[in-house]
Design a protein around this ligand. Sequence first.
Ligand code: HEM
Length: 168
Amino acid sequence: MRAIFLSLMASMLWACETASSRCASPPPAMMNQSPPPTNATPSVYEQIGAAPFATLVELHYQRIDKDTRIRAMFPEDLSPASEAVRNLREFFIQYFGGPQEYSARKGHPRLRARHMGFKIDQAAREAWLEHALASLEDSALKHNIPAACKAEIGEYLFRVSQFMINTD
Ligand code: HEM
């Protein structure tokens, strides 16, 4: 039972961090892996480019900057030019099918491992997700993100933020 659970977690983590996502495709079974790229299904990045991700992350960190529930966890500098903004922006762009700059700079994302140093409980996850989804909404309006792409990004944020919880 434990082996099945661990193998499921491992495949979920792989899908959370490495698949490059495509808007028009059906959801991959059990979050295992996105369907292989084809010309008929351009990636989210191919459809919307980098700017919406930059806006999303800048607004997300602006919101976190003002949120006393989780602010203390994050580095002091959360400005648009900060390392934190760059990390998350490059990660999202990479995940959604853009240039692999995050991994070129930092190696495999190992998202869950990178978050183990922070106490992330359900309340922290909810605060983080609230800001991420509000920022996605703002970015979608500003950049006219197609509804299918917006939904796909939102579902991803919902799912992976749950996976980042590491504290009761
Ligand atoms: C669930 C609530 C979450 C909390 C409280 C949280 C908290 C943090 C903190 C404190 C950092 C360090 C900031 C830095 O130095 O860059 C960080 C980094 C990061 N987070 Fe999260 N995070 C959460 C969810 C997520 C999710 C859902 C994703 C991706 C979908 C994500 C992706 C990242 C990335 C890519 C980094 C940069 C890691 C690095 O390269 O050092 N986080 N997060």
